[in-house]
Design a protein around this ligand. Structure first.
Ligand code: NAG
Ligand code: NAG
Ligand code: NAG
Length: 425
């Protein structure tokens, strides 16, 4: 018997040491991965005609009111405004499998309604890179002036690459490593590929400045209605708050995230982000269902002061309407970000979600948005009124209309003001 305990003790010590070793490897292999990743940085072409980039300029429309110091500095390249100029929103997405078109549609929605410039960090399987490059390069040059993009291969810590890949749908856990891969990036908005922006990206980006001193990430609740909530009924692990959090739209101050020591139920000491992930996976892998979202729930369960909860209208899913409308803020102010999970952009279960996806996907860049985006959308939403989500679809079009109006006003303003921008030094 004693001999048995002895062996057991040795085993435990050995396991602990291996774990430490693996952790140190995780950190170093991530660094390597970063160097290897295929990186392509496209500079924003310099504005050469009065037309180029005119969509970018701030108009006195609704957006101007929402964000008074929205002034874009790309027109005044003097050094005094340089610091201001990087008011770019940084947006990351992870695309694997058959997600190219969906991801491009998400990016299109981001570009269409944003008035500030964007930087996309696209993590994709290598065989998708050419498709991204080709499609984005074929967008009109006026549109291309609004964003940069960088393509990355999917990279995982080498030792556990297979375990991470298996964790959830292919590649989804990549997002957990973004703070470690994009070391030079201060803050990041991560979105799933099935997200559509109905509002300018800078609106959600502005929430970063609302963080108090302990908050470092922002997400929406997984559910509004505990009676149909998943975590509170089924989870076999800790989760955040009453109903858990949904990680499909995740805003991060990664500077803080990389510095923070996270309380946890693995050891008595607090751990850094890169130290916590693998032990957490090992401990909970038999109990988690939704992969990396569950890990985030566990982490923020133990560190609730680090999370900023934004309301459901920033991550509006079929759950918010399929059994009747339960996202109050969307009823009041409209849906800002639509999240078509459960494949609803591509099947017939929620025609209202699919209608929004198709309207944005089919809209030809540069054409009148009222006539060629809003009107066809309203028409197809008419055909969805037999569903609960169809009946809630006034909440989809509400903020979309405002976004369209403010972009159109901006275009008109630009046309009227003619060449005046070109003479600005
Ligand atoms: C996993 O779930 C089982 C069954 O609910 C539970 O007994 C166990 O404590 C859970 N494991 C962890 C690490 O929480
Ligand atoms: C993120 O946090 C760091 C450290 O607190 C701060 O300097 C930085 O301005 C924050 N970034 C944003 C976009 O708020
Ligand atoms: C920041 O807000 C969160 C959530 O309301 C709260 O738990 C936390 O204590 C706050 N932190 C500080 C430093 O006030």
């Amino acid at each position: 018997m004693r001999c048995y305990f002895h062996a057991f003790f040795l085993c435990a010590v050995f396991t602990f040491c291996s774990l430490l070793y693996v952790l140190s490897k995780v950190a170093s292999s991530l660094e390597e991965g970063e160097e290897q990743s295929s990186v392509r940085n496209r500079r924003v072409p310099h504005r050469s005609s009065h037309d180029a980039g005119h969509l970018l300029r701030k108009g006195p429309g609704l957006l101007g009111l929402r964000q008074p110091e929205n002034e874009l500095d790309s027109e005044r390249p003097d050094s005094a405004v340089k610091a201001h100029r990087d008011e770019r929103s940084h947006l990351a997405v992870v695309a694997c499998g058959p997600r190219l078109e969906e991801t491009l549609t998400m990016m299109k929605s981001a570009v269409l309604f944003s008035q500030k410039p964007l930087h996309f960090y696209i993590f994709a399987e290598d065989n998708l890179h050419e498709g991204f490059r080709h499609s984005l390069d074929s967008w009109p040059s006026t549109v291309q002036t609004k964003f940069k993009f960088t393509l990355y291969s999917i990279t995982f810590p080498k030792e556990n690459a297979n375990e991470w890949k298996k964790l959830f749908k292919p590649c989804a856990s990549q997002r957990l490593f973004l703070p470690l891969i994009l070391k030079e990036v201060d803050s990041l908005l991560y979105v799933d590929t099935d997200i559509l922006f109905l509002n300018p990206v800078e609106d959600i980006w502005a929430l970063l400045s609302q963080f108090n001193s302990s908050q470092l990430a922002a997400m929406a609740p997984e559910h509004e209605e505990p009676r149909i909530g998943w975590y509170n009924r089924f989870a076999r692990h800790p989760y955040y708050g009453k109903t858990g959090i949904n990680s499909g739209v995740m805003l991060m101050n990664m500077t803080r995230l990389r510095e923070k020591l996270f309380k946890n139920d693995l050891t008595t000491v607090a751990l850094h982000w890169e130290q916590i992930l693998m032990p957490l996976l090992q401990k909970y892998k038999l109990n988690i269902t939704w992969g990396d979202q569950d890990l985030l729930n566990i982490i923020f369960h133990h560190n609730p002061e680090s999370l900023y909860m934004f309301p459901c209208q920033w991550n509006y899913r079929p759950d918010h309407c399929m059994y009747g409308s339960n996202c109050q803020q969307a009823e009041q102010e409209g849906v800002f970000i639509l999240h078509g999970n459960r494949g609803v952009y591509h099947n017939d279960k929620q025609p209202a979600f699919r209608a929004v996806y198709e309207a944005i996907q089919k809209y030809p860049f540069g054409e009148n948005m009222e006539a060629l985006l809003l009107e066809p959308l309203e028409e197809s939403l008419q055909a969805a009124t037999h569903t609960y989500c169809g009946r809630a679809s006034h909440t989809f079009t509400r903020s979309l209309k405002q976004s369209v109006t403010s972009v159109q006003q901006d275009v008109t303003q630009r046309r009227q003001s003619g060449h005046h921008i070109d003479v600005t030094p």
